[in-house]
Design a protein around this ligand. Structure first.
Ligand SMILES: Nc1ncnc2c1ncn2[C@@H]1O[C@H](COP(=O)(O)OP(=O)(O)OP(=O)(O)O)[C@@H](O)[C@H]1O
Length: 111
């Protein structure tokens, strides 16, 4: 299936809306912390994974640093972002698993 066909397929856009709804309801219901992207400063690249790049960022005027993971929309669907968040919540009881703090939205509207 070509990319164009995929994007205009109403079935796909319904699925997309289901995941956008899940994400936005989780943010509004405060099940997931939402950080304004403008609160992150001093962005420095950390590495690249199969989903996209990871940067180190300073939060507000604190000494707290976060690793911000971005998802390339051409490689991953929103469904996979949501599934990653759900999986992370199930396994974050282990000390070797990085803690998931929350989500932000970059200028182009991507989470
Ligand atoms: N919390 C972190 N602190 C420091 N570096 C990190 C952190 N998270 C990710 N990185 C760096 O970014 C790279 C990419 O991370 P990412 O989680 O996207 O992928 P991965 O775990 O390496 O592999 P995959 O994409 O297959 O899950 C890592 O290999 C690492 O170098």
């Amino acid at each position: 299936m070509s990319r164009e066909t995929k994007e205009t397929d109403p079935k796909d856009s319904n699925i997309y809306n289901i995941y956008i709804d899940w994400l936005e309801k989780s943010i509004v219901g405060e099940y997931i912390n939402y950080y304004d992207y403008s609160e992150f400063k001093n962005l420095e690249p950390l590495g690249n994974g199969s989903y996209g790049s990871v940067v180190r960022a300073k939060w507000r005027n604190t000494d707290t640093f976060f690793a911000l993971k971005t998802f390339n929309s051409d490689k991953i669907t929103l469904k996979e972002v949501v599934n990653e968040i759900k999986s992370q919540k199930k396994v974050d009881v282990h000390e070797n698993i990085l803690r998931f703090y929350g989500i932000t939205k970059i200028e182009n509207g991507k989470y």
